[in-house]
Design a protein around this ligand. Structure first.
Ligand code: PLP
Length: 462
């Protein structure tokens, strides 16, 4: 295991990839050792994600922004696990912090510990506004479930409103807020779970005369919807600030400020599901900070523990007592290892100024992807906020018909070249660690462009 040898300020140095050495693909991937291990494992391990099915490689280790498979191939990491290892794999300070607690005290239910106290105090200094009440969980889904219960406890109402193509997890309450059909077969939506369209700048439902998206029309629709389609018991709007699984879909800049006012005027709470977008992923602690909006309830996950399963529900001061009435504690929530991982991640981000670095990487990526778009007609749209990025592939720029086949081919081709990343049908999603250096980011984007060029040619779109 790594030792805690990193000094404050040296994470960006540690995250640098030696591009003379990586990517390094001595064996055509997935190689024979990967195939053999995968066959043994999947004899019993069932229910793989599409990501693995399309590229069944077996990984051995990861350091910083580099992943190594069991055949000795080394990849640039453009996925961070699955939006999780925001600070790179096995960051020495985080690994050390987890190991220290693991050798001291692994679980004490929700009794107070020193490490939990320090985490609570740290959260109170970094989170915006009066987000001062916290509870800890072990997955994004369980945090979302608790968040929904807080909404109900705080308002005495029971309905929720979420958005088309949202994803919030796979248990009953969380799945009720999401785009079920493509995500969780066999799931049913709970009563009182409403969904409305969400402004998507690339695929607007309502536009102004100049063709730009008309956010006000969405809010007008929400107003009518609340009046006509709910039973008048809406506890909260629940939204991802930027849709992750939906394909890095960014809102227009006026959406969240207007939605905040809309909710305030109607005494409806606003819950931001920031499981994917928080803790530096977009260059802020919370993506909502990009629009100056403080939600009433927030879920924080993935990068929070940089790989250790720890998540958080944060609520504004007026709603803190709601935790008391939802029986908030759980078996693993706030265990010492989890608290140590979250505290160390937070300290590294804060002490080393990594948020502005993530913003800079997003700007560099955006510039590079816009250039890519000029070169390939199957690219319909590109977007980036910090290290949350997306490229939307279409068969035709006018009809914007999704090009799923191209998405699959680009994913596989780039992976074979040595880029570990995330597919989502026709939307290529990238989530590199925020500790990546500029040259490695550009190298990864070059690999994607090469894969797009080859795919365009293969499918007759060059
Ligand atoms: C926005 C959002 N909410 C909730 C979840 C569920 O998190 P988990 O997989 O940790 O349960 C995810 C997972 O991708 C997510 O992106």
């Amino acid at each position: 295991m790594s030792t805690n040898t990193l000094k404050v300020g040296s994470t960006l140095e540690w995250g640098k990839v030696d591009l003379k050495r990586v990517p390094h693909m001595p064996v055509a991937a997935p190689g024979p050792k990967s195939k053999a291990l995968h066959a043994r494992c999947t004899k019993h391990f069932k229910g793989l994600s599409g990501q693995v099915k399309l590229f069944p490689v077996a990984f051995e280790s990861g350091q910083g922004c580099v992943l190594k498979d069991v055949d000795g191939n080394e990849y640039i990491d453009f996925s961070s696990g699955i939006y999780v290892t925001t600070l790179g794999h096995c960051h020495p300070k985080i690994s050390e912090a987890i190991a220290r607690e693991a050798s001291k005290l692994m679980n004490a239910h929700d009794f107070t510990t020193e490490i939990k106290t320090r985490l609570m105090e740290k959260l109170a200094t970094v989170l915006p506004g009066d987000l001062k009440g916290y509870q800890l969980y072990d997955s994004g889904t369980t945090a979302v479930e608790a968040g929904i219960r807080v909404l109900r406890a705080a308002t005495g109402k029971h309905e929720t409103v979420s958005c088309f193509y949202d994803y919030h997890g796979k248990t009953y309450g969380a799945v009720s807020l999401g785009h079920i059909r493509s995500q969780v077969y066999g799931a049913v939506r709970g009563p009182g779970s409403h969904m409305v369209p969400r402004p998507d700048v690339y695929r607007p439902m309502w536009t102004k005369p100049d063709g730009t998206i008309d956010t006000d029309q969405y809010l007008k629709f929400y107003d009518q919807y609340l009046d006509k389609a709910t039973v008048g018991s809406v506890a909260g709007f629940v939204l991802e600030p930027i849709q992750g699984w939906g394909g890095s879909v960014m809102p227009p800049d006026d959406f969240f400020p207007k939605l905040r006012k809309f909710c305030d005027d109607r005494k409806i709470l606003l819950m931001a599901d920031e499981v994917l977008t928080s803790w530096g992923r977009t260059g802020k602690w919370l993506a909502m900070e990009h629009w100056g909006v403080v939600p009433d309830v927030v879920t924080i996950g993935k990068g929070f523990g940089n790989g250790f399963p720890v998540t958080c529900v944060a609520v504004r001061e007026p709603y803190m007592e709601s935790f008391e009435s939802i029986s908030a504690s759980s078996s693993y929530g706030g265990n010492p290892m989890a608290c140590a991982a979250a505290l160390a991640s937070t300290e590294v981000i804060e002490e080393e100024g990594l948020l502005p670095h993530a913003v800079k990487l997003g700007e560099i990526a955006m510039k590079r992807m816009l250039k890519m778009k000029e070169n390939h007609k199957i690219i319909g749209d590109v977007r980036a906020k910090g290290c949350l990025m997306g490229i939307e592939l279409v068969k035709d720029r006018t009809t914007k018909e999704p090009f799923d086949k191209a998405g699959t081919l680009v994913y596989q081709k780039a992976f074979r070249k040595g880029l570990a990343w995330i597919p989502a049908g026709h939307i290529l999603r990238m989530s590199p660690p925020i500790v990546m250096d500029e040259a490695t980011l550009l190298k990864g984007l070059d690999m994607i462009e090469d894969a797009i060029a080859e795919t365009s040619k293969e499918l007759g779109y060059a």
